[in-house]
Design a protein around this ligand. Sequence first.
Ligand code: NAP
Ligand code: HSE
Length: 438
Amino acid sequence: MDPVKVGLLGLGTVGGGTVNVLQRNAEEITRRAGRGIVVTHAAARDLNKPRICSTEGITVTTTPQEVVDDPEVAIVVELIGGDTLALDLVMRAIENGKHVVTANKALIAKHGNKIFAAAQAKGVIVAFEAAVAGGIPIIKAIREGLAGNRIEWLAGIINGTGNFILTEMRDKGRDFNDVLKEAQELGYAEADPEFDVEGIDAAHKLTILASIAFGIPLQFEKAFTEGITKITREDVTYAEELGYRIKHLGITRRTDKGIELRVHPTLIPERRLIANVDGVMNAVLVKGDAVGPTLYYGPGAGDEPTASAVVADIIDVVRVLTSDPENRVPHLAFQPDSLSDLPILKMEDVETAYYLRMQAKDEPGVLADVTRILGDKGISIEAIIQKEPEGDSTEANIIMLTHTVVEKQMNEAIQKIESLDTISGEVVRIRMESLDAS
Ligand code: NAP
Ligand code: HSE
């Protein structure tokens, strides 16, 4: 049988890695897929740019529409990024009856509902394993491996760049911007690195995971997103003194009132495995009712780790080319006409515990005022430490850990604390999760 012909849109970090893996492992891949797979066409912006892969035998164009329209190409692999040109190209590929593989989480999180409906109508596959957690096969694990479970919650470190920055800052005391620059050089970061450090990329990925876990439409616009840019060295140190690590987590949980969908820095007990996931590594903790807690760990970004997921999707597509289109694994794990309308909770309705840090005048009664405000809002304190003023400063740092409370109550308490004359500046608030598997 003739090899299946693949058209690549993009020859950058992931595109280059994909060519390398397909070429290097061609023999094993053919044995697994049942047919050879060759990249025959590719698109890039600059034909003279040095590449991390060989382009011998590949027709390279600066017009990606040519790849999408080429009748020889059976599978279009979108690795350009963004959600404008990429959306047009993917919709056009589907319209042309081609199967699509993409690593583009922004595209799926924002336009997946429309893309999957079009793919369903055309009977083609849109595969996107590489869009979440780089090389970790988390989509396959949830969609297929855990298909017998009612998923209760999942929490993950799902941005490699952010975790790399936090780890280097904590372990080596490196400067934020310096580490970000290195992450960009290593090919980890998004074209706009704000997506990484402000949590947007993680929110894209979490949106996808929530849909697959709970059988709900993709609703990126309802995700709560807070990045890592405001985390200071002192918060990292105080958290560690209290037995916690700060990780940038995506958390989604089924509750009686709806679905939590949130990305923010989070204190987690340092004894949890996920608290010790460092560098560019990602990890996703999934709690199913039958299996209990399961943890998936691996590289979250980079050329070949991501290509590993892209190539697995290409192989899946090749394997099902001959199977019944009505009987394929659904895009969002649940049958399209069986998606649920569970609401996504507003952040103010979410219940969580908190780490609070505030700068207080070193005067009697300050602590009593703060604890009274918290008490009035029904917020109980789990631990408290006071750091005496250093040098010429007259202000002490008060650090508190609270028990769980609805975020709205905490917002109101923080507002009141910030209005005290004895408290200066903003109260630092970092949410805290026990990630207890019971
Ligand atoms: P990248 O290195 O910037 O590569 C993008 C590629 O697209 C480049 O080859 C670029 O051409 C090409 N391109 C951009 N605009 C084009 C246009 N108008 N016409 C033709 N080609 C165009 O990006 P990447 O890191 O590989 O990321 C690609 C996708 O994978 C993104 O959606 C990203 O979110 C996702 N992803 C990345 C990683 C990672 O670790 N990097 C991991 C998982 C998922 P030139 O090379 O000529 O500029
Ligand atoms: N920029 C992303 C990250 C790439 O650092 O996790 C992988 O999705």
